[in-house]
Design a protein around this ligand. Sequence first.
Ligand code: SAM
Ligand code: SF4
Length: 334
Amino acid sequence: MTKDEILYYLKTHHEVDMYGIFELADRVRKRYCGDGVHLRGIIEFSNCCVRNCLYCGLRRGNGRARRYRMTVDEVYQVAECAVDAGVKTIVLQSGEDPYYSVSELCRMVERVKELDVAVTLSLGEKSYRDYRSLKEAGADRYLLKFETSDKRLYALLKPDSSYVNRFRCLEYLSELGYQVGSGNMVGLPNQSSESIADDILLFGMLELDMVGIGPFIPHPDTPLGGFNGGSSGLTVKVIALTRILTRNAHIPATTALATVDPEGRRKALCCGANVVMPNVTPFSYAADYEIYPDKLTEDTIDGAKKLVSSVGRYVAKGYGHSLKMGGNVNIPTH
Ligand code: SAM
Ligand code: SF4
């Protein structure tokens, strides 16, 4: 697909065109990924963060957030319950929290790997050495969204992070043999359709194993609290176009989409998504992992299974590893 074609579909409200794109995305998903939907249980083990991203409720400047950290033993127990309930991947996510040393994070990975599951990490930017230690501890995948391909917008939204370093980290992860996931937010303040089209093209260029696409949702205790959020309609279009472009990347029907639209995950599964990530963080902590307000906290594995069968699909049995045969992450030159 050319950028002009992507732009056309991003901007059109013509129902026949939109239906055509959704239908094509569903056919591409069926052909390249099959009808199995992978369940990934996500454990949000710390909501402490040293960064100050303008959009995120966990930013260090948000004095109203009630902070928590889970121990390795707690993480293990939660993971064990999730595995008993049928998930084959555990995603360990947190703010950028230096309280956990790399050796402690390695211990966390090693413990969870005892449960015979794939482990995805989503811990933000780290050094090559740290990523290598975590890989050696058994981590299989890493999720690091580039959030927006627009360099200027990135600098505004992530004032203490560097665009170049974000992509360097993606390159490190790829070099180290991780299955690499990235993604964006849709509907950010001052985000143009052109820059969303660039995001989609970049997903293809990076040859990502996984792409996470969610609407931006304003959090009242952040500097972006007064802005509008991204719509479900536009997010679903971005998912569909990404499926058509990337063919076999794993694409989740995200929690953020379910937060802005109760039917959002179902729509995403019918327009290209092939993954659901039920949140298995204990309720007492999950309520405080408030990246954005009204986030789904009672998000059960059984609920995810029902969602999958409601769209005529089935829960995939395996680990749900990458469907790509290899490939490297390339640093964009524009
Ligand atoms: N700290 C790590 C990082 O930033 O990569 C991982 C945790 S971070 C909370 C996970 C994701 O939450 C980010 O990649 C971002 O896309 C998403 N996020 C944060 N604030 C958001 C908001 N207000 N609306 C939608 N998504 C948001
Ligand atoms: Fe921290 Fe990640 Fe939130 Fe940024 S998006 S403030 S790095 S948790």
